[in-house]
Each structure stands twice: as structure tokens, then as C-alpha cells.
Design a protein around this ligand. Structure first.
Ligand SMILES: [Fe+2]
Ligand SMILES: [Fe+2]
Length: 205
């Protein structure tokens, strides 16, 4: 099964109303062909859907593992919410990468052309997690509060405006109120830093 088919099957498994409209919208904004980043993890065509699927698999493992430690979590966090928030957390990246040719230094110090991506936020400069939430809602499915907040704050402290007391309080409150927020943050990091770590990236450290 292709990555895209696996993504679609998992999303449909939630039976959330509007999933078909959302899939159509994702296709239109380029979600299924976009890379996951311009220079880091999965900077290739289709990288974004692969990263979303990896995040979902990691999130389900974390969710199941935490339930095994203390069954109370099953009542607080629904499996469908884990799937929806993880698969859709980075929808905001669908329309920000554009193909470009960059100069890259070789191991012997010469320069060569390297095909890659440049980043532009001109399509909808709304931010990161907050843009994902809005795009999902505008494309036809509803989200629960914990799903919205898990997507909004999935970057953890990296996405936090440290000059804003209100942002800090909202972030902190979301973490305490909704375990899904922590699950998605952790799963995103597990996917990017473990599942998607490439030899090339390690060489460049
Ligand atoms: Fe992200
Ligand atoms: Fe991500």
C-alpha cells in the first residue's frame, strides 16, 4: 500500500463527517506531493504525507504505551483523536515549499547545483499550528477542543512566543488539560528525530 493510501485509509477509519471533503481539499493545496521540510527531514516529494503517517504511527504507540501504564487515559483521549491530530498536524506545510536550485558545497570544497526547495509563506501567512487548525476546519471537518489544541501547540516550546504571557499560559494550560497535546508533541519529535533521521543529515553535523 502506498503512503498516500495508508494515510487515506487511517483518516477514513475515524468515520469523521467531512473526511472526503477534507481529502479533496488536501489534494488541491498540494498536501500529498509537498516535502516535509526544505533542508531537513524528508525534503522530498511526498515527504509531508510520509512524515504525517510516521507521526501517526508514533502517536498511536505512545497512546497505547501510556494506556498500558495507566488505563485511565483511554477515557480521556480517543483513538480517533490521536489519528486525526497526528495525521493533520502539519497540513500548514502543504503550500509553503517551492522547487528551486541551490548552490551546495561538496566534500572537496567546490560548489555544485543541487535541486531542492525554497520556503515562502505568501499563500496564507497565519503561522504554523494555527494555520493547520484553520485549514482543516475550512476544508470541512470539525475538530474537538483537544484536537485543535494538540495541533495548535504541536511544536511545543519551539512554537511559543516567549514575549507573550498569554501564549505561555495558554500553552501550559493546554498541556495540563489535554494529554493529547503532549502525545502529538512527542510523536512529532519521535518521527522527525528518530524515524526520519538520514545518514546525510548526520554527516552534516
Ligand atoms: Fe510542524
Ligand atoms: Fe511535524
Amino acid at each position: 500500500m502506498s503512503t498516500k493510501d495508508e494515510f487515506i485509509e487511517l483518516l477514513r477509519s475515524t468515520n469523521r463527517e467531512g473526511v472526503e471533503d477534507l481529502l479533496e481539499g488536501l489534494e488541491k493545496i498540494g498536501f500529498f506531493t509537498a516535502p516535509a521540510s526544505s533542508t531537513h527531514h524528508l525534503n522530498i516529494e511526498g515527504g509531508l504525507v510520509q512524515h504525517s503517517l510516521n507521526t501517526c504511527k508514533a502517536a498511536l504507540m505512545v497512546w497505547e504505551g501510556m494506556i498500558a501504564l495507566g488505563p485511565g487515559l483511554e477515557k480521556e483521549v480517543e483513538r480517533d483523536s490521536v489519528i486525526i491530530a497526528s495525521l493533520l498536524h502539519d497540513v500548514c506545510k502543504s503550500d509553503i515549499y517551492f522547487r528551486s536550485v541551490k548552490k551546495k558545497k561538496t566534500a572537496i570544497g567546490t560548489w555544485e547545483d543541487s535541486e531542492g526547495y525554497k520556503v515562502s509563506y505568501k499563500n496564507f501567512p497565519m503561522g504554523h499550528g494555527e494555520k493547520s487548525v484553520i485549514l482543516i476546519l475550512c476544508n470541512g471537518i470539525s475538530l474537538t477542543d483537544d484536537e485543535m489544541l494538540a495541533i495548535r501547540w504541536h511544536m511545543g516550546a519551539w512554537g511559543l512566543n516567549l514575549n507573550s504571557y498569554e501564549d505561555q499560559r495558554c500553552f501550559d494550560t493546554s498541556l495540563k488539560l489535554y494529554p493529547l497535546v503532549t502525545i502529538i508533541q512527542v510523536a512529532d519529535k519521535l518521527a522527525a528525530n528518530i524515524m526520519e533521521r538520514s545518514g546525510e543529515e548526520l554527516d552534516e553535523l
